[in-house]
Design a protein around this ligand. Structure first.
Ligand code: ADP
Length: 422
């Protein structure tokens, strides 16, 4: 029992004893007892009313009270103080959050579950030309009506960002779900970065095209020369020829990479039979390999689904690059298998070998341009260092993914997962 309640009970008892005594003296015990209780009850009702008035508008001015009421006010006032403190803290966190998001160079928009705008920062106002008063509560897809944007927004698959053209700018946008069905949309202007990328791509493509002609001419002269040279000159000439061929491969691969970096021509997309690609590449690989390895073909039953959407030649190039690598790095008499598997969603096309394998730490970097596990070996085998970068670009253009499984000394498996065409 609290001290306040104890005091209250003592006061009540004293009051009742006093009224009982007075009633006994005047010979009206019952009437005095009833009056005592009625007065006590009125006092309580009065205190409850005061409390309700104060609770309606709590302030630092706590009404004066005695006994248990003093304690009630004291506890409630402490609660009120704690709440005020917590609210102040939250308000300052919110204000800080808002001012930092307002200062963000990224356009930031908070959307509710129906794509209605709840809040946006000044960068979003500029980028999407929003109006602070009119556009709060509006559906964003009514304001930004681009089909590609609306489709992305409604597909609710936000793993990958979306890049799109909007009002003569290139925007890159991310959407992150949070809270109870809300979404945070962030976007930034990547026009200048894209321009730089385009310039870099065009520079590489132009420089490679410019180099191609002189190197071809040199290769032609070397070919003609090689027929009638004496023994002493033959060896160095062969070395020059070998290096010229390497230069040609690098130039061709650089041109191919620059081409693959340009946007996909959607109109040229076909339904490609991955089985046919596999057969084609197998024939070509057998020609390149000249019986140095055991080349196998592993397919599910021949009528298993194998249709994908894309460009036949690109899919062929990707698989051919994988098989040439296997031929290049697997020691003679090793085993190389081209395989195709499929399920409801995916067509898996790839190559495995029992060659030297690749140590774990190199695997994430294999598709970088000019990344080689063993540079000397790659050059010696005529590799350009661009083969897997080309594969990665081709797969990206087909919404496909590359999976590499390998262990040093145990061989490698390169598998391309394409979405099945339905
Ligand atoms: P490269 O022209 O050097 O072969 P790639 O981009 O095709 O360039 O391959 C990158 C590197 O990955 C190669 O240099 C090689 O070290 C490694 N690699 C690729 N395929 C295989 C494989 N089947 N077995 C072992 N190493 C491989």
């Amino acid at each position: 029992m609290t001290a306040g309640l104890r005091r209250e009970l003592i006061s009540l008892a004293l009051w009742l004893v006093f009224m009982l005594g007075t009633g006994w003296l005047v010979g009206q015990v019952v009437a005095f007892m009833l009056a005592a209780l009625a007065m006590w009850l009125s006092w309580y009702l009065y205190q409850i009313n005061r409390l309700l008035v104060w609770l309606g508008k709590p302030s630092r001015q706590v009404p004066e009270a005695r006994g248990v009421w003093d304690e009630v006010y004291y506890q409630l006032y402490n609660l009120y103080k704690r709440q005020r403190k917590a609210r102040k803290k939250l308000t300052s966190i919110l204000a800080r959050f808002q001012s930092s998001t307002e200062a963000l160079p990224y356009a930031t928009i908070v959307l509710d579950k129906n794509n209605r705008i709840e809040w946006f920062n000044p960068a979003a106002k500029n980028l999407f030309e929003l109006s602070s008063n009119a556009d709060i509560g509006q559906r964003i897809d009514n304001l930004v009506r681009l089909p590609v944007f609306v489709q992305y927004l409604n597909a609710r698959q936000y793993d990958e960002p979306l890049e799109f053209d909007y009002m003569q700018r290139k925007l890159r946008m991310n959407i992150t779900p949070y809270g109870s069905g809300q979404f945070l949309l962030t976007a930034r202007d990547v026009t200048s970065r894209r321009k730089l990328d385009d310039m870099r791509r065009d520079f590489i493509s132009n420089a490679s095209h410019e180099l191609r002609t002189p190197v071809t001419v040199i290769a032609g002269y070397l070919e003609a020369l090689s027929d009638n040279v004496d023994e002493a000159t033959r060896k160095p000439l062969q070395k020059i020829q070998q290096q010229t061929r390497r230069m040609q491969t690098i130039i061709d691969d650089l041109i191919e990479l620059a081409r693959l970096e340009s946007p996909v021509d959607e109109s040229g997309l076909d339904v490609v039979d991955a089985n046919a690609v596999l057969g084609d590449v197998y024939q070509e690989a057998a020609g390149i390999d000249q019986g140095r390895h055991r080349l196998d073909l592993r397919q599910q039953d021949s009528d298993a689904p194998s249709e994908i959407t894309g460009h036949y030649n690109e899919v062929r190039t990707a698989l051919l690059n994988l098989v040439t690598n296997a031929i290049r790095y697997t020691p003679e008499n090793g085993r190389i298998t081209l395989f195709l598997e499929s399920d409801e969603q995916t067509v898996m096309l790839g190559v495995e070998d029992n060659g030297p394998g690749i140590a774990y730490e190199h695997i994430p970097r294999l598709t970088e341009r000019f990344y080689r596990v063993d540079a000397g070996r790659s050059r010696e085998q005529g590799g350009s260092g661009l083969g897997l970068a080309i594969v990665k670009h081709i797969l990206d253009r087909h919404n496909a993914s590359l999976f590499v499984r390998s262990k040093s000394g145990k061989g490698s498996q390169f598998r391309c997962d394409f979405p099945r065409a339905h």
